[in-house]
Design a protein around this ligand. Structure first.
Ligand code: FES
Length: 114
């Protein structure tokens, strides 16, 4: 059964704006953002070279707030599903995490390590 992790208050995530980083119980870095009114969660690991995406803490979107961009070599990801839409990611996408909003909080489901 998945454990629930409370990341932040829903209100702090603006659409296409700054995201929130957090650490999974496994020690992996992850983040949440809001896009199209929906909260999304991904591991903070670019599949190009395995580096963190944000150039400043929580800065994951491009200037228009439309796509997620890796600050290192510019790989671009669709925030709706994490798929590569340009740059050196070459069809490799971000690893998503199940998440939802619940009673004003952003909650991520974390699968237990076996
Ligand atoms: S590590 Fe992200 S584009 Fe290279």
């Amino acid at each position: 059964m998945a454990a629930l992790l409370v990341v932040c208050a829903s209100a702090v995530l603006e659409d296409g704006g700054r995201g929130r980083r957090f650490v999974l119980k496994s020690g992996d870095e992850a983040f949440v953002v809001r896009h199209g009114g929906v909260v999304r969660a991904y591991h903070n690991r670019c599949p190009h070279r395995g580096l963190e995406l944000d150039w400043q803490e929580g800065r994951f979107f491009d200037a228009k707030g439309e796509v997620l961009v890796c600050s290192v070599h510019g790989a671009r990801y669709d925030p709706a599903h994490g798929g590569c839409v340009g740059g050196p990611c070459r069809d490799r996408g971000l690893t998503g995490l199940a998440c939802r909003e619940q009673e004003g909080l952003v909650v991520v489901e974390e699968e237990p390590r076996l």
